[in-house]
Design a protein around this ligand. Structure first.
Ligand SMILES: Cc1cc2nc3c(=O)[nH]c(=O)nc-3n(C[C@H](O)[C@H](O)[C@H](O)COP(=O)(O)OP(=O)(O)OC[C@H]3O[C@@H](n4cnc5c(N)ncnc54)[C@H](O)[C@@H]3O)c2cc1C
Ligand code: SF4
Ligand code: SF4
Length: 400
């Protein structure tokens, strides 16, 4: 038996320190770190101790033999990373794990006062900063967020059917009540308090405020009713306090999602998943009601480039491929799409689409029976059509 890292890995590298035999890669010292979608366990080196599984904050590590359904492929996915891989030299040579002499500060200066640091933002970036300050310094921390609930996009972005990922929020929450932390929620820096006021009361201010604005498409019709940003949609199903329960209407049968990154995959999955399955997560009640009573049966993901360049990660695409009751289809309108899938090597992103139905979709017809997600590559939107609401989307790469 060996362990494997699976879909929910967010590459925070917590597991690496737990592994006694250094078989989880790439490590932060290796050049591939930050370039891979997830970390991988070398099945030839793993001694099955399970320490990494205990350390992982999002339950991404499991024994290979326990993997079922969409997770089953992760044994091979982990092993594939180590095929033909040259081991990288240890950063500090043979003394990499050696202890250095301990150094103790013997006395405090007479004017000693702990540093006071403000951290703005309670998302992952802010909380990693807080964790580091608390564990490695004696600083007192003022933690500020403009929203009434802490967590940033862990709370209001990550999809409700990804409970393991949301669990990372529990790991951060243990610092909210730390004796050296004072947390202020519902306090907007820039509105309720100025940056200058905050700076005047602290030795340093860390801004970890995330990405606040949507990216606009800049095409005609973008502002028609029914055309909404992913931020609005995601916030709606996550019960964000600033998005009204009626902000999203789901009476249509077909929804077009522009883009094919992981957020696009999240929105597509939520739109066509069985609402009874979603009910097991912490989806907003108004969203669940709308999904139950709505008519959406087909979601079209538009990708500007081909299957090899798609923005989603392999783990998220794999999950889409195995979504119960939902067919995944690739629109075969452009010969480059099939060619890229057929030519893909085993570890390539496009190879995940091998075996997926390919069909030339006739968009003048209503969606086929059942629920499905259609990925259309080599196709970008040029105009949203409609008078008092979205009726269609005109795209590049053939009739849309
Ligand atoms: C839809 C969606 C799904 C995702 N799913 C996953 C996933 O499954 N797995 C994964 O690993 N990652 C996922 N991510 C990515 C992950 O959520 C982000 O990378 C991460 O949350 C970014 O952390 P952050 O701390 O930089 O920003 P944020 O999480 O955005 O936190 C920023 C915080 O700053 C606060 N803030 C902003 N301005 C102010 C101000 N002026 N005053 C006070 N406070 C302020 C905000 O309220 C917020 O709480 C997803 C992202 C999205 C959008
Ligand atoms: S601890 Fe879990 S989430 Fe973090 S890198 Fe390891 S497997 Fe991925
Ligand atoms: S099970 Fe043990 S040996 Fe295997 S990767 Fe995890 S920590 Fe390392």
């Amino acid at each position: 038996m060996t362990y494997a890292i699976t879909q929910t890995c967010c590459t925070d590298a917590t597991c690496i320190a737990a592994c006694p035999v250094n078989c989880i890669h790439p490590t932060p010292e290796e050049k591939d770190f930050g370039r891979t979608e997830m970390l991988f366990i070398d099945p030839k080196a793993c001694i099955d101790c399970g320490a990494c599984a205990d350390a992982c904050p999002v339950d991404a590590i499991l024994p290979v033999e326990s993997l079922t359904g969409a997770q089953k492929e992760y044994g091979a996915v982990n092993a594939a990373y180590f095929e033909d891989r040259e081991p990288e030299p240890a950063v500090d040579g043979p003394n990499f794990h050696a202890w250095s002499e301990p150094v103790f500060e013997r006395s405090l200066p007479s004017d000693f006062a702990p540093l006071r640091i403000a951290v703005v933002g309670t998302g992952p970036a802010g909380m990693y900063a807080v964790e580091d300050l608390l564990l490695h310094t004696g600083a007192e921390v003022t933690l500020v967020d403009r929203l009434p609930v802490a967590g940033g996009l862990i709370r209001y972005g990550v999809a409700p059917d990804h409970p393991s990922t949301k669990k990372a929020g529990d790991a951060f929450a243990r610092f909210h009540t730390h004796p050296r932390v004072r947390m202020f929620l519902g306090l907007d820096v820039g509105t309720d308090i100025t940056p200058e006021e905050l700076a005047a009361h602290h030795d340093a201010v860390v801004y970890a405020v995330g990405a606040g604005a949507d990216r606009r498409l800049g095409i005609p019709g973008e502002d028609l009713p029914g055309s909404i940003s992913a931020t609005t949609f995601v916030s709606w199903y996550n019960a964000h306090p600033e998005v009204a329960p009626d902000a999203v209407g789901l009476s249509t049968e077909r929804v077009v999602v522009v883009g094919n990154g992981n957020v696009a995959v999240d929105t597509a999955r939520i739109l066509v998943s069985d609402p009874d399955t979603l009910a097991a997560g912490d989806i907003a009640a108004h969203a669940l009601d709308a999904l139950r009573s709505g008519g959406v049966r087909e979601v079209v993901l538009l990708g500007r480039r081909g299957p090899a360049e798609a923005a989603y990660t392999r783990p998220e695409l794999l999950a889409l491929k195995h979504l119960p009751g939902v067919e995944l289809v690739v629109d075969d309108h452009d010969p480059r799409t099939g060619a890229a899938i057929d030519a893909a090597g085993p570890g390539d992103k496009a190879a995940v689409l091998r075996g997926v139905t390919r069909a030339k979709v006739d968009w003048s017809l209503a969606p086929a029976a059942g629920r499905r997600i259609v990925i259309r590559f080599h196709s970008a939107p040029v105009e949203v059509l409609g008078d008092d609401g979205v009726r269609a989307v005109r795209v590049t790469g053939g009739a849309g």
